[in-house]
Design a protein around this ligand. Sequence first.
Ligand code: AMP
Length: 112
Amino acid sequence: MPSIFSRIVAREIPADIVFENDRVIAFRDIAPQAPVHLLVVPKSQNFANVAELAAADPELLAEVVSTAQQLAAEHANGEFRLVFNSGETAGQTVFHVHAHVLAGGLSESSLA
Ligand code: AMP
């Protein structure tokens, strides 16, 4: 079954997409936890979490991080928090690896 993020990649469901290339896509989180809350997602849904991604394709993980940096510079002041929830008890709800990029006034965030 395609994940909800694969369905966004396929344009089957809408999203506010802010970046896309051959390997990653980024869009605004539907339930933002910070003034800037973006998700950076490898297009492949082969990896459920960041540990699987790191083991299998460290270059793709590095691309997720560099995309986060680029987007934080474009949407905030370049400073950001990067969160990978890994596992249900850690709060992961979508088992298609994704980075939360949180930026812009994080002192007011519930995650601060
Ligand atoms: P996690 O709980 O770490 O797996 O993160 C999943 C994130 O995906 C949550 O922050 C949700 O708000 C977000 N999310 C779920 N569905 C969508 C969607 N259709 N568009 C944008 N963000 C979504």
